[in-house]
Ligand binder design. Structure first.
Ligand code: TXA
Ligand code: MG
Length: 322
């Protein structure tokens, strides 16, 4: 079983244990501002292969490498002007940049699934500090079994993967609650590969240009965006005004209170609060033994677009399994 450290009470003990695990080729689950990541030293091939084994993740789906900052990013990859501009504005934060890997970089090939590009992110907080202390990037997908809902609490990680990893750091509830936005800046502009914690509108405003959809090579450009992602066990019904007989309700906005069969993502109608609560509330409703989770409409603006993206995948993946 994984050793669990509460880093809100005792940050040093947890940091040291996670660093020791990473240094010796082990796996450490570490909170970030988005979701919990399942980390390994990105330069250690056997450590990285343990990530794929623990998650049951297909080996064609590359990982995000978490860096301590722009300097570490530039030591292993080529950041063009637009990527640099994005990094300096949004790092540390929930933005992942897909950039060309530098020839000769000592990143384990499994991290990039053999691609010539690598996904890089400087997260807020302890993950970046660990990368700095390790002296290497930390490869870390979300710390959940492949295809399931991402963890926003240490307990989610323990329940799902506790018997397969070495250390779990409990940093409480993840702030943003949704994975990072993934973009790729190249000669054709900036492609959006995954909606996430930074709204498309925010990026477009900053860049002064529209993002283009990154769907030209789905297998390579967004392999993590398969329909089987974010699957609860209970079927999901979207755009439901209210729950029917046998259903539990994932509500949004005023007038609906939490109860045994109801969770409200944000009674105030705040989309950031809804993102923050989304995965934990979906998991709670999934445990109710209901016939279906009815989900009230979420506005398709700002981070609401990323919330709807995850909800649509959750609904579609259950349909596909059925
Ligand atoms: O917020 C996040 O991004 C979290 C935290 C832990 O950082 N991580 C995360 O990792 O969501 P994961 O593995 O669940 O999703 C990584 C996504 C996948 O969709 C993968 O296909 C994509 O990044 N990806 C990784 N490398 C890529 C590359 N070279 N080109 C295109 N997509 C890539
Ligand atoms: Mg994931």
């Amino acid at each position: 079983m994984a050793e669990l450290f509460n880093i809100m009470k005792n940050p040093k003990a947890g940091f040291d244990a996670a660093l020791a695990a990473l240094r010796s080729g082990g796996l450490a689950a570490v909170p970030t501002e988005t979701v919990y990541g399942l980390g390994a030293d990105a330069t250690n091939g056997s450590a990285v292969s343990r990530i794929f084994a623990a998650k049951g993740r297909p080996d064609f789906n590359p990982l995000i490498a978490h860096v301590s900052g722009v300097e570490m990013a530039r030591s292993i990859a080529v950041l063009n002007d637009v990527s640099l501009k994005l990094a300096s504005r949004f790092w540390p934060g929930p933005l992942t940049l897909v950039v060309p890997l530098k020839p000769g970089a000592t990143i384990a090939p499994a991290v990039t699934a053999g691609l010539e590009t690598i996904a890089l992110r400087q997260p807020k907080g302890i993950m970046a500090d660990l990368a700095n202390a390790l002296g290497n990037p930390i490869a870390a997908p979300s710390a959940n079994s492949s295809g399931r809902i991402s963890p926003t609490l240490a307990k989610h990680v323990m329940d799902d993967l506790g018997d397969k990893i070495d250390v779990i750091l409990d940093g409480g509830n993840c702030d943003v609650g949704l994975e990072s936005t993934i973009v790729k800046a190249d000669d054709d502009g900036v492609a959006l590969l995954r909606k996430g914690g930074i709204a498309v509108e925010t990026l477009e405003m900053f860049l002064g240009q529209k993002l283009r959809p990154g769907t030209d090579k789905p297998k390579v450009e967004a392999p993590g965006m398969l329909l089987a992602h974010y699957a609860p066990r209970t079927p999901v019904r979207l755009n439901a005004p209210c729950a029917n007989e046998g259903e539990v309700l994932l509500a949004f906005g005023p007038g609906v209170d939490d109860g045994p069969a109801v969770r409200n993502l944000s009674p105030e109608g705040d989309l950031h609060q809804a993102a923050h609560n989304l995965f934990a509330m979906m998991k709670e409703l999934d445990m109710c033994g209901a016939t279906r989770i009815a989900v009230q409409p979420i506005p398709q603006q700002g981070i609401g677009a990323a919330i709807n993206d995850r909800l649509e995948r959750a609904a579609a993946s259950v349909e596909r399994r059925a």
